[in-house]
Design a protein around this ligand. Structure first.
Ligand SMILES: NC(=O)C1=CN([C@@H]2O[C@H](COP(=O)(O)OP(=O)(O)OC[C@H]3O[C@@H](n4cnc5c(N)ncnc54)[C@H](O)[C@@H]3O)[C@@H](O)[C@H]2O)C=CC1
Ligand SMILES: O=C([O-])C1=[NH+]CCC1
Length: 313
């Protein structure tokens, strides 16, 4: 038996790199469409008082061989000093099943989710990206503002949050970082945030829709990141008007029944677009990437972190 390795959150954050994460997430999304993965919809237990635990096992085969892992994530929204979402990934030897490492995955969850949105944006809306609108300034809102500013040359990044102070705090943090060439702005209303936005990210998980069709540019691309059985961030009319893409069919059939029930037909997986097995949407059409998050995205980034850690010990 080999010694069990623990890679903590600080070490993971040292090793995360946007170009590398983008590359492995693009590969993971493509592997799903090529049937080179084994994963199912996540298993969720309701711990009551708004707390949940998710378990996400998966196996991935790509250029780096086979990776076997399982993320365990706890969502405790009442946390004040600790983050509301805390996760760890167990990385196993794919040939023997032996546990190799426990890797802190709060940062990995944030980065891989934002990178999946960046990959989706590349394949669905890669031009004329001038204005980015971020709805919700929590962990996902913040990392999406950073990731999408890194990959796309926005002129303006707008942030709305129900508690405006949090949006202002994020905008101040980003404006104080000299590496960004765009302007950051906190918006008073969702409508003013969305007005003329080319790319939109929704990260609130709210059960009351706050994104309305009339407020959107007809050619906008939305990365819909909020997840939950009651999550209804985006109005049904927007889904009906849009070309909607997903990350994986197994998750969509389980977690997006409310969209299937109103007649939404998903155009395909982002991996199908990457492989070229489905046609891209017509130019200037309204598009949505409905992101659920996948075990194999976690496995791919965990394996990358493990390899980088071992190379740079
Ligand atoms: N698609 C994916 O792969 C992933 C999705 N998620 C989902 O993303 C969403 C956000 O996660 P985090 O940023 O980690 O959470 P967070 O708690 O850090 O941030 C949530 C933000 O949404 C706002 N918010 C919450 N309820 C709201 C409501 N009813 N109306 C308006 N604003 C509201 C809060 O003020 C906060 O700023 C959640 O739904 C979570 O389940 C999280 C991880 C991965
Ligand atoms: O994919 C993921 O890790 C999650 N999606 C929703 C909450 C956590």
């Amino acid at each position: 038996m080999s010694a069990l390795l623990h890679i903590n959150e600080n070490r993971v954050l040292q090793l995360l790199d946007w170009d590398k994460v983008f590359h492995v997430i693009e590969g993971a999304l493509e592997s799903v469409a090529s049937n080179h993965v084994i994963q199912s919809a996540r298993s969720v237990i309701d711990l009551k008082e708004t707390n949940f635990m998710f378990v996400m096992p998966g196996k991935l085969r790509d250029d780096n061989g086979e990776t076997l892992g399982c993320k365990i994530a706890c969502h405790f929204p009442g946390n004040t000093t600790l983050p509301p979402l805390m996760a760890n990934i167990l990385l196993m030897d794919a040939l023997t099943g032996e546990l190799q490492a426990v890797i802190a995955a709060t940062g990995i969850t944030a980065w891989r989710t934002a990178a999946a949105s960046a990959v989706a944006t590349k394949y669905l809306h890669n031009e004329n990206n001038k204005i980015l609108a971020i709805i919700g300034a929590g962990a996902q809102g913040r990392i999406h503002a950073i990731c999408l500013s890194y990959f796309f040359k926005f002129k303006e990044v707008r942030v709305w949050n129900r508690n405006r102070e949090r949006a202002v705090r994020l905008v101040t943090e980003l404006s104080n970082d000299s590496k960004w060439k765009c302007s950051f702005k906190a918006c008073e209303t969702v409508q003013s945030c969305l007005s003329d936005a080319d790319v939109v990210v929704t990260t609130t998980g709210t059960d009351v829709s706050i994104v309305k069709l009339d407020w959107l540019k007809p050619s906008a691309h939305i990365n819909a990141v909020g997840v939950g059985l009651d999550c209804r961030e985006i109005d049904d009319e927007v889904y009906k008007a849009a070309n909607v893409y997903i990350d994986h069919w197994d998750g969509a059939k389980e977690e997006l029944k409310h969209l299937i029930d109103i007649g939404i037909q998903f155009k395909g997986q982002i991996g199908d677009l990457i492989r070229g097995s489905i046609k891209p949407p017509p130019k200037n059409s309204l598009t949505i990437f409905q992101s659920l998050g996948m075990a194999v995205e976690d496995c791919a980034v965990a394996r990358m972190i493990y390899d980088l850690h071992m190379q740079n010990k």
